[in-house]
Design a protein around this ligand. Sequence first.
Ligand SMILES: Cc1cc2nc3c(=O)[nH]c(=O)nc-3n(C[C@H](O)[C@H](O)[C@H](O)COP(=O)(O)O)c2cc1C
Length: 285
Amino acid sequence: MTSPPAPIRLFGTSFQNPVLLASGTAGFGHEVSGVIDLEALGGIVTKAVTPEPRRGHPAPRVAEFPGGMLNAVGLANPGLGAVRERELSWLAARVRRARVLVNVAGASIDDYARVIAGLTDLPVITAFEINASCPNTSAGGLEFGATPESLRQLVRRCRAVSTRPMTVKLSPVLPDIAGMAQVAEQEGADAVTLVNTIPGTLDGRLGNGTSGGGVSGPALLAVGVLATRKVRGAVSIPVIGVGGIRTAHDARQYLAAGASLVAIGTAALADPRVPERVARELERG
Ligand SMILES: Cc1cc2nc3c(=O)[nH]c(=O)nc-3n(C[C@H](O)[C@H](O)[C@H](O)COP(=O)(O)O)c2cc1C
């Protein structure tokens, strides 16, 4: 008889298995609790939290195409106050074995700092996930994660405010993703999450006009695995691999490339049984 795999140590705690629900695809947990047993998973990454409530982009917010899915949700969320009082208290009361990562977003560095400062005392939070793919409105709309200097400023400020571990989530379209992961590491990130969606659009399929959205799903698998491999060789902090995972075989691609944990998004939207199935199959070895 083979013994079950050892729990994974990360962020000063243990994950019972390496499978997380990816940010933005499982809300704050209660939205999926009727169809996904959170306690069977390594954890959940919440949808992005901003200081104020955001209604997000007009519908339709998602569109399918043969390579995967296109989404333009626009960081819709109830805002820091409601997340603290309502969403995270729900998770704190319900979840024991699964870990909770809170995805943080904003239009300015101050926004990120406000969200972290407003939540960092909550014991339910294992780590913050800094979504570095948001447009920095005070820098002409370029993403925070797009240049080494703006990423440096963002991570430095988040690090100064956070009393919890943090992982920095990077876009797969950066010309030097390994270099950017090094910046995150130098500024005190405890891990990096690879990857966010790839920018894209299809005529008339999204409600936010011509600004476009993000591509997720199967097309991202090979992209994320390569990013994981490149970054793994360049930093000594752990990697959380995400993008295009549908099966345990896909998850193993990330783990073999050096990821410590993996997250599943689009595949769980299509079939909520996928994350538990992947976790079970990985546990079987
Ligand atoms: C509908 C939707 C909403 C998302 N919202 C967020 C978000 O709020 N913050 C974030 O960092 N990533 C967000 N993502 C990106 C996912 O967390 C993930 O990085 C991406 O979808 C790739 O994984 P997948 O192919 O398994 O979906 C979102 C993705 C989708 C499909």
